[in-house]
Design a protein around this ligand. Structure first.
Ligand code: ADP
Length: 188
């Protein structure tokens, strides 16, 4: 299966994506995690990405598309978390998957109210100390999500591949909804 997860910062894509990939025995590809590893390793890519990430802006499409393309080689099942975030990225992904004859099965959108997102990001900042979880950067990332990533969901909506789930509640509750959404079964 090929699944894309969408949702604003703090929606829970990372936690749930990892769990879903484990359950389905497919690869979890999280572009934010990959970029943080590149920054930590002080690679060329990490140096290019760092300032954008610290501001809460998107890393340029060519950098991200190059990075993800190399990871998509020879992979036929995956959960994509944090990619695509722009229309250009969505088109590049479709081109790669079409070439491989492996279309996307589902795009899942996590819905979480704004106040809850802010609460979660504040506690994540305390627990994980991520350098882009400051109030200014969080607010910039929310704007970027609305302006650049929300249109990508409409792009997938036009082909009928979007399923929306409620991202509030315990991690187990959200996971049950996610599993039902991707397998097409009705939530119990
Ligand atoms: P969140 O969903 O909480 O914003 P991520 O870990 O997915 O966090 O992303 C962190 C940062 O990494 C983003 O703010 C952005 O700078 C960069 N990034 C991750 N994925 C992409 C992408 N697909 N395109 C551009 N930049 C990205």
């Amino acid at each position: 299966m090929r699944i894309v997860l969408f949702g604003p910062p703090g929606a829970g894509k990372g936690t749930q994506g990892l769990r879903l990939a484990g359950k389905l025995r497919i690869v979890h590809l999280a572009t934010g995690d990959m970029l943080r590893a590149e920054v930590a390793a002080a690679s060329d890519l990490g140096r290019k990405a760092r300032d954008y990430m610290d501001r809460g802006d998107l890393v340029p499409d060519d950098v991200i598309i190059g990075m993800i393309k190399s990871r998509l080689k020879d992979v036929d099942g995956m959960v994509l978390d944090g990619f695509p975030r722009t229309l250009a990225q969505a088109e590049a992904l479709d081109a790669v998957l079409d070439d491989a004859g492996l279309p996307l099965d589902r795009a899942v959108l996590f819905r979480v109210a704004q106040e809850e997102l802010v609460k979660r990001l504040v506690s994540r900042a305390v627990e994980q100390g991520r350098s882009d979880d400051t109030p200014e950067t969080v607010s910039r990332r929310m704007d970027v999500y609305r302006e650049q990533t929300a249109p990508v969901i409409d792009y997938y909506r036009s082909s009928g591949r979007v399923v929306e789930i409620d991202g509030t509640g315990s991690p187990d509750e959200v996971f049950d909804r996610l599993e039902s959404a991707v397998t097409g079964q009705v939530a119990s």
